[in-house]
Design a protein around this ligand. Sequence first.
Ligand code: AMP
Ligand code: MG
Length: 335
Amino acid sequence: MNTIVISTDCLSEAAKLIQQGETVVFPTETVYGLGADAFNPDGVLKIFQAKNRPADNPLIVHVSSLSMIEEVSSDFNETAKTIASHFMPGPITLVLKKSDCICDAVSAGLSTVGVRFPKHPVAQELITKSGTPIAAPSANISGSVSATTFSDVYRDLNGRVAGIVQGDDCEFGIESTVLDVTGDTPVILRPGSVTLEMLQAVIPTTRLHPSLVAGTKVEKPASPGMKYTHYSPKAEVFLVTGEMNNIISHFENHLKDSECLFLFLEEYDSFSKNKMCLGTKSDLNQMAHLIFRLLKQADLDGYQTIYIPAVAEEGVGLSVMNRLKKSSGGKVLSL
Ligand code: AMP
Ligand code: MG
């Protein structure tokens, strides 16, 4: 397929493709999205084909106003409205009862739909110009690492979609928080940059789905997408635990040429070998912003193994660790 690269000042061209039932990749504040008209089943099917996405993994529907939520959901309830008034537009997806105009391909046959109102001006303008909600999962081949820069998304999807909007690097760098607001209390199905703590400050009863609580065994994944292998670079990934001094001295002696260590700014200069910087450990939003970019860079650089220091599972650290536990397949090196 011939893929057109579209600049952010020519979004009418991208909107035309959406209206014609084609796929367009566009930047958002979380990761790049791979979109099509949410009301066009043929267009939606092309998303699944471009990504090799399993059909039972529902898509998030992107809107450009709160009033548009009423078009895609039959029950934009009071809890949802409260959350929306605090966090929308922004990096959060609300799971709501779907309206009849959401087809089975989008919802994967569920009675609910994930709805997101992105903050990114390019995403907003594209949705408005298209005149329709846009269904969009992360713009990557299923199972691999989500793209957060134009060059990464171009490398992954050129030839597989009709258009790619050339935007800047994504601000948050990890996918949206997915919050189920169909029940009595809000439940986080996927942690993101809107954290449990931020949500509890607004609705104190907000909780994590049991599958996200360490040590809890559950039969069902939090949401269909959470059961798949995900966020995997070609390289093998290990999470590393232990005192930073021990980690540094271990790898000074043992890191091979084909291996790379991710480090925080605070230790970065004290290590002399193959390394990439995760930003400061005092603000894990920097790690979230960088992590997918660095995993992809490590693959491009030909590393076969990546070691990443584990962080405390609180705040955005919970969200980053959620991704990295999947990237690593749960492999941990304790030093
Ligand atoms: P992605 O677009 O690649 O970030 O994936 C979307 C995520 O949202 C997947 O984990 C889906 O399973 C989840 N999701 C989308 N719609 C729903 C829904 N109606 N109920 C539960 N989870 C959903
Ligand atoms: Mg994804």
